[in-house]
Design a protein around this ligand. Sequence first.
Ligand SMILES: [Zn+2]
Length: 406
Amino acid sequence: MNGLFAYLPTFYAKKIDVSLIMCLYHQVLKPIVIRIFLVGFLISLSQLVAFRIVSGAALPDETIRVAIFKNAATVIVDGEGIIAIRENGDAVALRPPVMIRPAKNGVVVNDTTYRRLTFSAASAIYVNGKPYRGTAEITLGEKGILVVNELPLEEYLVGLINCEISSAWPIEAVKAQAVIARTYALNRKEARRTALYHLESSVIDQVYNGCEIEDSRARRAVSDTAGEVLTYNGAIIQAFYHSSCGGRTESSENVWGKRLPYLSGVDCEYCLLSPSSAWEQKISLLDIEAKLKIAGYTVFGVTDIRAGQRNNRGRLKNIVIVSTRGELSVPAVQFRKIMGYGVVKSTNFTVKVVNGEANFSGLGNGHGVGLCQWGAKQRALAGFSYAEILSYYYPGTKLTKFSDIR
Ligand SMILES: [Zn+2]
């Protein structure tokens, strides 16, 4: 019995312990556990729904091919866990960094010639020091090595945003940029279906420098507009855009001779509020003459330059070059190309020659066709949505899901 009596207090103590724990569990822990479970379940459910919405519209399988290097004398490919596949599909063991040079019939690595090398990596592939998503395809181009980066379209757009504008701009302007860049890319992809690549990575098409400058706001603008493009009569439009129009956007007909109803030009006083809308430039007459000669014009002893006629959008149609051999008319669009797009920033300028130097004073930056990026920024600040901004600069167009027209 002693043994039993000796045991009883312990038994009761244990019973009390268990009851107390069960009580605590029911009163305190159980509600918390249920709440945590419910919150977790709701979060998972919302993520699942969001994923389905985004993945359904974002076209995860849609890829784009961008020429990231052209006519390169040397290309160095690096990255963690890079894999190289040659033209016949065989893997090639190459130790990074891989130095590639052009050869007569292909590209050379360590004395072996390949017609094509396609690199992929565990994370980013570094090509000449810049990181890229997707694959890097290396072949012999016209005057050196051609590197084509193939990657999902939506990923390309995230990297592109900060090359074209700043993702710190009002989000509606960033979203407008995401839609026009997607629209432009898909239009080019369709037009260049059989070409080696769809897009240049420079101002010729859209500036793209890889994934290094991606950020969360750029990603948000792309995912918030996932899969959205602009159409006209059911077809994807040629969504040209530019930095700043300087007061009035240009018509496509005046620049490229092709009339497009949604690119006939609109008034845009908004970009005049931006610091980059006005520009000044000085170029010596000797430099102008040298550049015109390189471009194939026969000019000797340039003494003066005058602004020629203006078109219906207020931009110059032509520039008059006065030389010892008389006057020469150069189309303004051509003149800008010859001098350099970054030198003569638009065809909306006045020019005055002083002491052998042409002094240009201009408004706007770029060809002026389509959306004006600085105007879009100011419009977003004024409270316009990205859909309103887009319908203003591309009148008559419709914001559509790409998956609905495919
Ligand atoms: Zn503008």
